[in-house]
Design a protein around this ligand. Structure first.
Ligand code: SER
Length: 335
């Protein structure tokens, strides 16, 4: 392997999405606003996203467009977050294949051709399936997903690892659990209920959850998600035995336990359960994750658990609600 360079000029694809909107801000604080280019596809970016540094509209399935942005800004690092999530992926499997795999292939090819320093591509608990052990799911285990999203993420991990071995491209990624956040709503995943429940509890004191009360999934709060992406990308390459497929988690709880935790803050809150097609997706995923490889190889350690995450979410959303700007659409967008 050649000497690894530093990350100086960063492109974030999917920057308008749930993770991208907050990761871009964190990267800009760390590396300088002008050095972090945010790229979105269709959704209008928030004012804060385009005021803090460059913004480009970009379709990652178009290799020429991607290459043009990389060359224009002399990008050396890509955080590739553009993807179709699990629930939308079941409704539009062909689109999920195209965006998640064709898009990733383009990113990896551009990274190879332009000899980029590093690429980050998040994977997901969706790489696992009904044949995978569901408790303390091991790092090395059966990858037999039953969703198109999972198929693209499992294949994507393998493709990334192939680019590391075959071409020496430094690609890194973790298998994220459900991500809970207060800034941008998630865009069509199975774990979205764990975010929606907070908005509805604050706005209406009621929520109808689309998975059963006893559904347990691994989860993580956004500050830990951001920290993990940056820590993994800044880790010493020589310490990594895995690359694009690190198991990672922060907490596991059932939908009922989450509702009970919210009730501690909002006693009138009532949660009902009406499972839909997303129940089967949730049932095919692990309940908890063994993330020792991430802890050992790059020092992963989450800060938030169910109680501290819930208290922080309610604090942030209550403040926004009292200012009349709870939902993202209540806030200013760009241009
Ligand atoms: N949060 C994602 C989803 O539900 C999992 O990676 O699709």
């Amino acid at each position: 392997m050649a000497e690894r360079g530093e990350m100086k000029r960063i492109l974030v694809t999917g920057a308008v999405g749930q993770i991208g909107s907050e990761l871009t801000v964190a990267l800009r604080q760390r590396y300088g606003g002008e050095n972090v280019v945010a790229a979105g596809h269709r959704t209008k970016p928030s004012a804060s996203l385009c005021e803090g540094g460059p913004f480009e509209y970009l379709d990652v399935t178009c290799r020429e467009a991607l290459l043009a942005v990389v060359d224009k800004y002399r990008i050396d690092t890509i955080f590739h977050l553009a993807a179709i999530l699990s629930a939308v992926g079941e409704e539009k499997p062909h689109l999920a294949w195209d965006v998640n795999l064709h898009g990733l292939y383009n990113v990896l090819e551009v990274a190879r051709e332009r000899q980029l320093t590093r690429v980050f591509c998040p994977s997901s608990i969706a790489v696992f399936g009904p044949k995978t052990p569901r408790d303390h799911t091991p790092q090395e285990t059966i990858l037999c997903p039953t969703t198109m999203y999972g198929v693209t993420k499992a294949a994507g991990e393998m493709l990334c690892n192939y680019y590391v071995q075959r071409f020496g491209v430094d690609v890194r990624g973790a298998r994220y659990p459900g991500i809970i956040s207060s800034e941008t709503l998630p865009g069509g995943g199975t774990t979205d209920y764990a975010v929606a429940i907070f908005y509805e509890a604050i706005a209406h004191k009621r929520y109808t959850c689309f998975v059963r009360e006893d559904t347990v999934l691994p989860m993580m709060y956004m500050p830990d998600c951001i920290k993990s992406a940056i820590d993994l990308m800044e880790a010493d390459f020589s310490r990594l035995r895995h690359h694009a497929d690190f198991n990672i988690t922060a907490m596991s709880f059932s939908a009922g336990e989450l509702a009970a935790e919210i009730k501690k803050h909002i006693p009138e809150f009532v949660c009902e359960y009406q499972p839909d097609f997303r129940q089967a997706i949730a049932d095919s995923w692990p309940r908890s994750i063994d993330d020792r490889a991430a802890r050992e190889e790059w020092g992963w350690e989450p800060a938030y658990d169910l109680a501290s995450m819930t208290a922080d979410m309610i604090d942030k959303l209550s403040k926004r609600h009292s200012e009349g700007r709870l939902y993202p659409e209540d806030r200013k967008t760009c241009g």
